[in-house]
Design a protein around this ligand. Sequence first.
Ligand SMILES: [Cu+2]
Length: 288
Amino acid sequence: MRRVSLETVFGLIALLVVGLVLSGGAATAAEPVPGLSRPWEIGMQPAHSPVMERVHEFHNLLLVIITSIVVFVLGLLGFIIIRFNARRNPVPSKTTHNTLLEVVWTAVPIMILIVIAIPSMRLLFFANKAETPEMTLKVIGHQWYWSYAYPDHGDLTFDSLPIADSEIDVKAGQVRLLSVDNPVVVPVGTQIQVLVSSDDVIHNWAVPSLALKKDATPGRVNETWVQINTEGTYYGMCSELCGVNHYFMPIEIRAVSKEAFASWVEEAKQKFASRPQPAVAAAQSSEQ
Ligand SMILES: [Cu+2]
C-alpha cells in the first residue's frame, strides 16, 4: 500500500517535470521576442548584451562554488552524525584547539572570497562605462513615464508612454504592461553610452536581458552602456518604487539594423519636431 502511494508521488513529480519542460520548450519555440520573459522561465533571461553575457558567466561560476560548499558541508555534517554519535563514540574527545585546522578553516574561505572578488570587480568595471562609445542615449525618468534624447542625432527628443490595457493589440505583438507608444530605437552592433537622470523622484531604468539597471536620480547623471547584437525587441520596467504609477512605466527597446536606424532618425525628427517637450527641457536645464 505504501509502495503504491510512493510510486504515485514519483509519477506525479515526473509528469510535472515533463510538463514544465514541454511548456518551456513550446514557449521558446513560439516566442520570437528575444528580450521578453517566458512562461515557466527559471533563472535569468537569455543574454543579449556583452555585460549580460558576463553576468551569466559570473552567475555560473558562483553556482559551482556555492554548490560545492553546500555539498561539502552537508557531507561533513552527515559524517559527524554517523561517525560521532553517542552510540558509536561513547567517550568523546576533549580537544578544544587544533592550530592546523583553525588556519585551514580561516584561509580556505578567504581564498574562496578572493576567487569570487576578482571576477566580480572585473565585471563591475566592465559594466561601468563604455570604452569607445559610438553614440549617446539620454534617459530621463518622470512620474510616470520615460523620455529619451539622442544628442548625436540633432537632439531628437520624445516621451515614451505605456499603452493602456484596453488598447493593447496582441496580434501586432504588443505586450500588456510592457509595450509603449514610442519605443527606444537603437542600432545593432553599436556601443551606446547611456546617461540616466530624473526630473522628479528616483526611478530606475532596467532591462534584464541587457543587464541594464541604473538609478535615475534627480540632479545627477548616472552612466551605463549597452551594445545589442541581435535585432529585436527588449523589454524592461522602472525598478525603483517611484509612486502610485510605478508599475506603469515600462521600457521597450527596439534594436534595428544601422540603415533602419538612420531612416528611423529622419522619420522621428519629423514626427517629434512639433511636439512641445516642457518636462524634458526642464530636466536638461537642471542637469547643467
Ligand atoms: Cu519610476
